[in-house]
Design a protein around this ligand. Structure first.
Ligand code: ARG
Length: 372
């Protein structure tokens, strides 16, 4: 039997990948079943069915280690507390969509956000698992208006048009924060659309601790970042639909989503309200507006009682994580350009060092997004 790339959804599981995972699982934990027995069982199941079924403990360990291996994530200190919702028996798009909504409710808990993953049916020989086409469970639509301007999240203009093509009724009038529907398909079939009910999406209205006018901008952001298009690969098995969430870091919203020129592009608006001199880059009006934006985001989440990290504390926690990994005798690969926050990089300790180089073959892992 030969190993097959993860991109061949109907391929037979590589027994060597399964055994390598079991080795790691048994080295790091103390499962009740004997190692040789479990290896024999898995080999036999692969020979007869082309795949095998993880125990709940194997799946949980696999998902947690996939997080631990995510070189771009600064929040890995808590990898071992990831909650796993085992929904491997589900593959019909309507069931998957309903459980994605269930995931949001479970993970949100009125703002006391819990890191959670929901795992749906894996790819099996001749039976690809379901796919979620959205990159996150909650995203805001981008509308191209007849005037040529964009309203909403500029990054989602194409996805929004795809949703409309699949039958989504674009809100009328189009808004700046319209939650996109889920596009879910059974394997390679055409995606079906499912609305995400408003009461499953906790959102925080943005205010500023010193400036009352900030509320008049009527900005908001959703509480839970839940990535939904990165396949989880554990022991040779690919779970193409395995949405997972942590909680936000203020800078993700305040220094990127609301600020990037191809997203909400709000720095000029905020700078004007702050009365900054925007006549030259050298006044550093962008930098000054940026800090107020991040402050507003953090303050608003705090006032709303929604979990949010700040880049200073999170950077220190990450270095604690790296140190713990080293004392456990493990490498801790990290991608400097993703770990260093987009504001005040040099003020955070993560800036002042380098990290082990990530290896794309490391498993378990969350793979780069699958493409439609
Ligand atoms: N940066 C992405 C966003 O703003 C979220 C990525 C995951 N972030 C996290 N804190 N788990 O939507």
């Amino acid at each position: 039997m030969t190993g097959a790339p993860a991109s061949a959804p109907t391929a037979v599981v590589d027994p060597a990948a399964a055994e390598e995972f079991l080795d790691q699982f048994y080295a790091e934990t103390s499962p009740p079943a004997r190692f040789d027995h479990r290896v024999w069982q898995v080999r036999h199941e692969i020979e007869t069915t082309g795949s095998y079924t993880h125990t709940v403990d194997e799946l949980t360990f696999g998902a947690r280690v996939a997080w631990r291996n995510s070189a771009r994530c600064i929040g890995r200190l808590y990898w071992n507390s990831l909650r796993v919702r085992d929904r491997r028996h589900l593959s019909a798009p309507a069931d998957v969509a309903a459980e994605c909504v269930g995931h949001l409710r479970d993970a949100t808990r009125d703002g006391r956000i819990r890191s959670t993953i929901t795992v749906f049916a894996p790819d099996r020989p001749h039976h690809p698992g379901p796919r979620i086409h959205n990159d996150q469970l909650v995203r805001y639509a981008g509308h191209r208006l007849p005037t040529g301007e964009t309203r909403g999240d500029g990054r989602y203009v194409d996805f929004t048009e795809r949703a409309v093509g699949a039958g989504w009724r674009r809100p009328d009038p189009p808004g700046r924060f319209d939650v996109l529907p889920l596009l879910v398909s059974a394997g390679d079939d055409e995606p079906e659309i499912f609305d995400v009910p408003a009461d499953a999406v906790l959102e925080v209205p943005l205010i500023h601790p010193d400036h009352d006018w900030f509320a008049d901008l009527r900005l908001r952001w959703h509480a839970v970042p839940a990535i939904s298009n990165m396949p989880l690969v554990v022991g040779g098995v690919t779970y193409p639909a395995a949405p997972f969430n942590g909680w936000y870091l203020g800078t993700e919203i305040g220094a990127r989503n609301l600020v990037d020129a191809d997203r909400y592009d709000l720095l000029p608006v905020v700078a004007e309200r702050l009365g900054l001199d925007t006549s030259s880059e050298r006044t550093l009006w962008r930098d000054r507006a940026l800090v107020e934006m991040v402050r507003a985001v953090q303050h608003s989440f705090d006032v709303a009682g929604v979990t949010m990290a700040d880049h200073h504390s999170e950077s220190r926690r990450f270095l604690t994580h790296v140190a713990r990994e080293e004392s456990a005798g493990r490498r801790c690969p990290a991608d400097w350009s993703w770990i260093v926050p987009p504001v005040s990089g040099g003020l955070t300790p993560v800036y002042h060092r380098y990290y082990d180089e990530p290896d794309p073959e490391t498993r378990p892992a969350f793979l780069p997004p699958h493409h439609p």
